[in-house]
Design a protein around this ligand. Structure first.
Ligand code: ZN
Length: 133
């Protein structure tokens, strides 16, 4: 793992959350991007060397909608940047972690991503992400 790349925050309304986080961080969102396969709209902020990713569900049965239903708005996942996502997935599998996808998939912000099940990580949904070259 190279560093924490971003923290994902589940929100009900991306427009009002963008305004709030722009005030909080002192700089506006630099990118808004929909990921149709995940049923989310994302919005990214730079905070020093790290990022904040706001996530709003685009469908009522999507993973973000379900998370908000269960736990309300708030921190949804922590994403770690990795140099080789396939190698890191193999390493974690060998360590007994449950991964939520068999193969890396295309995520927002030009990344290959994979999620580690929260039951494997003390209740934290962990994302691995690798920049697509
Ligand atoms: Zn993320």
């Amino acid at each position: 793992m190279i560093r924490i790349e971003h923290i994902g925050i589940a929100v009900k309304d991306i427009h009002s959350a963008e305004e709030l986080y722009a005030k909080l961080l002192g700089s506006p969102s630099y990118k808004r991007e929909e990921v149709p396969s995940e049923g989310v709209i994302t919005s990214f902020f730079q905070a020093g060397p790290n990022k904040i990713e706001l996530l709003e569900s685009t469908r009522p049965d999507g993973p973000i909608a379900k998370a908000i239903e269960k736990r309300g708005e708030g921190i949804h996942h922590i994403a770690f940047e990795v140099a080789d996502i396939h190698a890191e997935m193999a390493r974690l599998r060998a360590e007994g972690f449950a991964l939520l996808n068999e193969e890396p998939k295309r995520g927002a912000d030009n990344k290959l991503v994979c999620f580690v099940h929260p039951k494997s990580a003390n209740g934290v949904l962990v994302e691995l992400c690798q920049e697509i070259q």
